[in-house]
Write a protein that binds this ligand. Sequence first.
Ligand SMILES: [Mn+2]
Length: 352
Amino acid sequence: MILSEHGRTLRNDEWTPLIDMLLDAQHVVITTHENSDGDGLGSEVALALVLKSLGKEVSIVNPTEVPPNYQFLKSLYGISHFNPRSEEEIQDLSLSDVCILLDANLRDRMGPLWPHVSFSRELGRMKVLCIDHHLEPEDFADVMVCESYASSAGELVYDFVNALGERLSQELITPKVAEALYVAIMTDTGSFRFPKTSPYVYRIAGDLVSKGADPSEIYDRIYNSLTSSALKLLGAALSSIAILDEGLISWLFISQQMIRDTGSRMFDTDLIIRYLLSVPSVKIAVLIVEMPDGRTKASFRSRGRIFVNQLAKKYGGGGHMNAAGCLFQFASDKARKVLLDDVRLFLKNHNS
Ligand SMILES: [Mn+2]
């Protein structure tokens, strides 16, 4: 069942189905997409803290590890990395009453958690909820709030927490909750500058700061935390950016060799994509990363009304109008060739 796309901020009463399910639940598991980011992690921690304060047993279990610059969130709430070979972890996951997926709207993005969640759900033991803001949701949850107008999953979790607080006549946004939500919203708005940064988003940010989030400290922890190897990778990557087709496409390939040579790690590639749109003529930016297992990851960014999620969708991925990604099941040399032709065609069709 897909509850919404309302295309606007939900009224408090429109959160009732989610509130009812969560108030009924005793054991809640919260998760986010593979290769988690600030939005997914901040939203999870905020929601976990709130539900815990209401006496629920809450665990955060993710398909992949928390990146180093978000490790500080673990001091606000424990975050575990699911081990699909641990019977104990499978048992814990399967016995939850409710599983909430945040910041993703495709079942596969839960990675190895999905088969277990799906199994419990089919047995009628577990409800699945989803709060997200990506385009084109898949209909797999019991209740889903997927609003692509929203800057971030954190914005929606903020609204949800306020609706819950109103229902219980309780202030639920403690300084820790404020910090976690601020992380979510700040990171997904590119520090309050991406197109979905509405006046409302600034009002939320103001509210969170007044409730204890420290903007300069949070920014510093997340963005000024590079290692020297990450800087070397950035240097190598920047010098290999190609600007193609009269400046319309920026293109960058990062190989495992580059990652090895600079002593950097996979997640260090995440900070590079923002530079690909820094040339004003560029309409589509493409970052291709060779994965350690031989598959190929592609990330897309675009300027203006160019729906790169459509490009990603073709390969089983998805995302937003201006930011999307996908994973190819084949090697990078083939992916690069296929993709460049596709990007050119996509842009040509878009212009005509
Ligand atoms: Mn997000």
